[in-house]
Design a protein around this ligand. Structure first.
Ligand code: F0G
Length: 458
């Protein structure tokens, strides 16, 4: 008999999670104004809101916490982290920040001006938020295949070179401070970008004298997909692959809460001394002195260890294949999900799941709420609510995809939890024809409304 797959770790500490009844959840979600962000965590059984900062650290990371150096300046934990970032990314300069959006804030303060254009594959919402906050425009140049959830394409996060070149031709280079490529592409469904594509984007950027930055929150998962799917990379290590794709760019922002395997943290790494100098000023102003940038010494130490662990094949195999385990169960039940499966999450296609709910009534949000009510599972809407209003017309923007994201925290849940999630969704899917109406927003913030919006059931 062929031996089945088993995780390359065992559990040293457990955290209790609470079950609840459907009646309780109906009451709680109403009290939360039907916004899943408003639920307290003890009212959630399985929390798939995000894979950001919600994973489990290893014994070696916890050990590193104990020797964290909390010195304001010249912390030894900073030195450990700086050395590791250099080793893994190859970038010369490094600035710690308290999380990914802080890295965006610091770097964009140095580089983005009013009226600028920042092309890339689908920008994550905080990235777009930081661009639009500066009255600049993010242009999505993702390949068209990404917007059809049933097309099988190995690298749906790829940048469409024709779309990118059109932007380069339309605007003078002074208006385009950089291109940002998000690896893996969260907003396109956790889909990877191929090395071939990164190389071609890099070549085009050089031709037009435009910088190339990575939003590298899930770079290790991206490297895993390259190893599994791209010709010529099967025999390379994850660390070799990451080093190679980073070599085609000028720098990166990082939310360490993902592939840094820590609960809080981020950084900027780049090659230009000039940009580093400019960013340093904003880092000190917004984040803290350059040897801590909003992070504790112990967290910088844990991040140094985390970056080494997340770029190990065995860890990535258990991580990405657990996500696929859930995806395969859902496919077996006929539930419409984005394919191929993303690295950190499974995305339900709400347009196919509940087409009976009008788009104006936020069908993906309605599905996410149902998943909570039926199973106590917290997910997140990646659809019209997240797409927010057009900054000029203030009309709702209707994205091509209406998704519900089931983000799987790293090293946190077992495959029994995956079975429970799949069964809950099967039950909802079997009764989908009863879903006729959704929600209206009764209160919302002017930017990034999804975090605090209040809804009413129609
Ligand atoms: N870039 C990407 C691709 C992200 O997914 C995130 C966060 C950020 C930047 C911002 O980083 O949260 O550390 O400030 N994504 C989380 C998520 C919130 O749930 O996908 P942050």
């Amino acid at each position: 008999m062929e031996l089945p797959y088993a995780e390359p770790y065992k559990i040293k500490m457990v955290e209790q999670i609470k079950r609840s009844t459907k009646e309780q959840r109906l009451k709680w979600i109403k009290q939360a104004h039907y916004n899943l962000f408003n639920l307290s965590s003890d009212k959630v059984f399985i929390d798939l809101l995000t894979d950001s900062g919600t994973g489990a650290m290893s014994d070696k990371q916890w050990a590193e916490m104990m020797v964290g150096d909390e010195s304001y300046a010249g912390s030894l934990s900073f030195k450990k982290l700086k050395k590791t970032v250099k080793k893994i990314t190859g970038f010369k300069y490094f600035l710690p920040t308290h999380q990914g959006r802080a890295a965006e804030n610091v770097l964009f303060s140095a580089l983005v001006k009013q009226g600028n254009i920042i092309p890339g594959n689908s920008h994550f919402d905080t990235t777009k938020g930081h661009i639009e906050f500066r009255k600049a425009t993010a242009v999505d140049c993702t390949i068209d295949e990404a917007f059809d959830t049933s097309i099988i394409h190995p690298f749906k996060g790829n940048v469409d070179l024709n779309k990118l070149e059109k932007v380069f031709k339309k605007y003078p280079k002074e208006k385009i401070p950089f291109v940002i490529v998000t690896i893996t592409c969260n907003s396109a469904g956790g889909q990877p970008v191929s090395i071939q594509n990164i190389k071609e984007v890099s070549k085009l950027c050089k031709e037009y004298e435009i910088l190339l930055y990575f939003d590298a929150a899930r770079f290790a998962e991206n490297a895993y997909f390259i190893k599994k799917r791209e010709l010529g990379y099967q025999d390379k290590t994850i660390k070799e692959i990451a080093k190679e794709f980073f070599s085609y760019g000028d720098g990166m922002t990082m939310s360490a809460k993902k592939d840094g395997l820590v609960n809080m943290g981020g950084f900027i790494a780049l090659n230009s001394k000039e940009v580093f100098k400019q960013a340093t000023v904003f880092n000190i102003m917004f984040e803290g002195f350059i040897t801590y940038g909003g992070m504790n010494g112990r967290d910088m130490g844990a991040l140094a260890v985390g970056l080494n662990e997340s770029t190990e094949f065995n860890y990535l195999e258990s991580r990405v294949e657990q996500v696929a385990y859930l995806g395969n169960k859902l496919v077996e039940f006929g539930v419409p999900v984005q394919q191929p499966f993303g690295g950190h999450a499974i995305f339900l296609d709400a347009n196919k799941f509940v087409p009976t709910i009008p788009r104006e009534e936020y069908r993906a949000q309605a599905l996410a709420i149902e998943l909570y009510i039926v199973g106590g599972i917290r997910s997140v809407e990646i659809g019209t609510v997240l797409a927010d209003r057009d900054p000029v017309t203030r009309e709702n923007r209707y994205p091509e995809l209406e998704l519900v994201r089931l983000a799987i925290p790293r090293r946190t849940y077992t495959n029994n939890h995956m079975d429970y999630i799949a069964a809950t969704l099967k039950n909802i899917y079997d009764t989908r024809k009863d879903a006729k109406s959704g929600y209206v927003i009764v209160e919302e913030a002017p930017i990034m409304r999804h975090f605090t919006a209040k809804y009413k059931k129609i």
